[in-house]
Write a protein that binds this ligand. Structure first.
Ligand SMILES: Cc1ncc(COP(=O)(O)O)c(C=O)c1O
Length: 451
């Protein structure tokens, strides 16, 4: 009988992050300054980021050493277990082998502390006293709250309004770690006040919350801004997941044919998938699939273009798959997947055909999460349910074709704070929402005019 779990010791934690930039098939387009639309230099980012992180945005080094104080904290829960989902395989009657990394075992309950700890460390080392950020589902806000508490820093979180009311206990969690959390849009920033004047009942969006957090950081000397996804350095910090997975798959005597992760800004998907890019580039037939919600179909229905990272046009422009920075996705329960853009690195690899993208409606995702919970015992975050939905489809396809595929996916977070969403699903109160093409066209019409 194969094992359920494949474990590495604390001493076997990866000591470097894997940087995909040198392995890209074509060069990345530089970020552009939001005022001039000219390439942004490091000094343009220095108002909100420490130099060490700006350097990680552009470095061509293949491996970046993880500082010892960061490793020391990560070892509190890493390496995370690799599970073989034997009971799910049995429930589906599939010949496929299904493996998953369980990032839900971190203190905040997801993969997000992998980068929060690193970002807080570099900011603290640069003398920064306070960090601001946005959060959707609350996973990122609580991760940064944890990281700031570990390094003795203040933390201010702008939480997307609809999630703030859907998940009050996430706020309490942030407060337990000493952070302040307010619903966004708020009256605390000009960006928030402008949006509230236009639409007092807006559910909020990650794009709006980013505008508030960036404005707060840019207007205070002691404060920097911290982003939970999208940027190159964030994806870099998450590659510890895929590197561990490679070592653990070896222990299991297996190698994945398909690697799957859900995609909000792209960081947990990149974390598990990017370390497999060299194998794919060397000719191994391995599929890397990013899964997004049908209500926010950034890769499957967006375009690859320069766009702002926030609603108010304060951030540098990034060349990425986007639905337009004006796009306000409906208040689906996978709050962490409601972002108009996709990480430039994931977008580029998608456009180059190295990464595939699929989208699923939320009801099918909840159904997959229920199947998973009843087979494996773990109740996952609604974001993660998107990855599981794709795993189930691929496992059933393998069954139909009679093929013994090996599937690896990232269980990006547990769903213990998402019971209200599960309750609504069981009560039949959740709706699917396919974003109308006309609305996407409307948001895309407002893209900034940069080539
Ligand atoms: C559990 C979980 N999974 C996935 C995501 C999506 O983010 P990313 O695409 O950066 O991994 C989030 C974001 O909040 C999350 O909380």
């Amino acid at each position: 009988m194969p094992d359920y779990r494949y474990l590495l010791s604390e001493r076997e934690i990866p000591k470097v992050w894997y940087n995909v930039i040198p392995d890209l098939p074509s060069p990345m387009s530089p970020p552009l300054h939001p005022g001039t639309l000219q390439p942004a230099g490091p000094h343009d980012l220095e108002a909100i980021f420490p130099y060490a992180l700006i350097e990680q945005e552009v470095t061509a080094a293949q491996n970046i050493p993880i500082p010892e104080p960061v490793l020391d904290i990560l070892r509190l829960w890493r390496p995370t277990p690799l599970h073989r989902a034997l009971r799910l395989e049995k429930a589906l009657g599939t010949p496929a082998k299904i493996f998953f990394k369980n990032e839900g075992v971190s203190p905040a309950g997801s993969h997000k502390p992998n980068t929060a700890i690193a970002q807080a460390y570099y900011n603290k080392a640069a003398g920064v006293k306070r960090l601001t950020t946005e959060t959707g589902a609350g996973q990122w806000g609580s991760s940064l709250a944890l990281a700031c508490s570990v390094f003795g820093m203040e933390c201010m979180v702008y939480m997307v309004k609809c999630s703030f009311y859907q998940k009050p206990h996430r706020r309490t969690m942030m407060e337990t770690w000493g952070a302040k959390c307010v619903p966004s849009p708020s009256e605390l920033t000009q960006a928030g006040r402008n949006i509230l004047a236009e639409d007092p009942d807006t559910p909020g969006s990650l794009g709006i919350a980013i505008s508030e957090a960036v404005e707060d950081a840019a207007t205070r000397k002691d404060t920097n801004y911290s982003l939970g996804s999208v940027l190159n350095h964030v994806l870099l910090h998450q590659t510890i997941i895929g590197q561990e997975a490679i070592a653990q798959m070896k222990l299991a005597g297996a190698s994945p044919d398909i690697v799957i992760g859900c995609c909000g800004g792209g960081s947990n998907f990149a974390g598990i998938a990017f370390p497999f890019v060299p194998e794919k580039a060397a000719g191994k037939n391995i599929r890397l699939i990013g899964v997004e919600p049908a209500a926010c179909p950034t890769m499957t229905k967006g375009i690859f273009a320069y766009d702002f990272g926030d609603k108010s046009g304060m951030t540098p422009l990034l060349k990425m798959d986007t639905l337009g920075h004006d796009f306000i996705p409906p208040g689906i329960h996978a709050g962490g997947l409601r972002y108009h853009g996709m990480a430039p690195l994931v977008s580029l690899l998608h456009r180059e055909g190295i990464v595939e993208a699929v989208s699923y409606p939320q009801l099918k995702c909840f159904e997959a999460a229920r199947t998973f919970a009843r087979a494996e015992g773990l109740i996952v975050a609604p974001e993660t349910s998107h990855a599981i939905c794709c795993v189930v489809d691929e496992a059933l396809k393998a069954k139909e074709e009679g093929k013994e595929k090996t599937i690896l996916f990232n269980l990006s977070g547990h769903g213990h704070f998402d019971m209200a969403a599960y309750e609504k699903y069981f009560a039949g109160e959740l709706l699917d929402y396919e974003y109308p093409q006309a609305k996407i066209q409307e948001a895309l019409a407002h893209l900034p005019k940069a080539s």
